[in-house]
Design a binder for this molecule. Sequence first.
Ligand code: ADP
Ligand code: MG
Length: 265
Amino acid sequence: MAQIYCVANQKGGVGKTTTTVNLAAALAAIEQRVLLIDLDPQGNATMGCGVDKRALPHSVYDVLLGNCTAVQAMQSSPAASFQVIGANRDLAGAEIELVSMEQRENRLRNALADVQEQFDFILIDCPPSLGLLTLNGLCMAKGVIVPMLCEYYALEGLTDLVNSIKQVHANLNRDLKIIGILRVMFDTRVTLQQQVSEELKQHFGDKVFETIIPRNVRLAEAPSHGLPGVVYDPSAKGSKAFLEFAEELVVRNGGKLPKNGTKVT
Ligand code: ADP
Ligand code: MG
């Protein structure tokens, strides 16, 4: 069974897309079969995988509305060995169009039911809101990965997200849980970040991932080359952290790491 994870946080600019794209490429580098689904109309994850969002034959919008199958919308990332269902501005309308549709929160889950078996991991990049698009992600997922900046206000936003996840768990998807909080764009020189990081650990215990993603300019540069950071510069600090994070996830799930190490394509 595929591990299906939403990368979610209702705040923008907290590293959701960077996490989804780099985790997909890092998992692929350790021989995991990965599908990335972009659920954000901005299509940043799509572009970050090297797929042109303006030239998608079918997008996640078509999948949600039943205009095509998941297989028809899937394509190989030109950047690394994983599959992508892309998104673009068409998806902005879906938030409204879905409202009157049957099974509106389960449309992604239903559409993907037949292909789940083909993957070890399905990663869903969510938009910065808790609307129907994110809800479709949460109803399909087994877990949520929450990227977080270790800043003062970050903890406040977390309460809203945790409450939403609890609601979805209680009413729509009994499988859903927070897999973990990922500390991203971390700068060890900033005392406040260390304090918030400690508070997070006290409050959430082992729900905080061991791996910390540092602030690293190579990760920020990579999307302009249509590449995940771990492919653009595998030796960069940030890329190494994502490769470690992928290993942490695989080991947590009782999976095996390849004997010959990572293969970044
Ligand atoms: P979100 O999807 O939550 O809106 P992004 O992943 O797009 O967030 O990240 C927001 C910005 O921060 C982007 O410009 C991205 O390149 C940059 N960024 C993300 N993670 C890092 C990092 N670890 N180091 C440096 N820059 C980062
Ligand atoms: Mg994003």
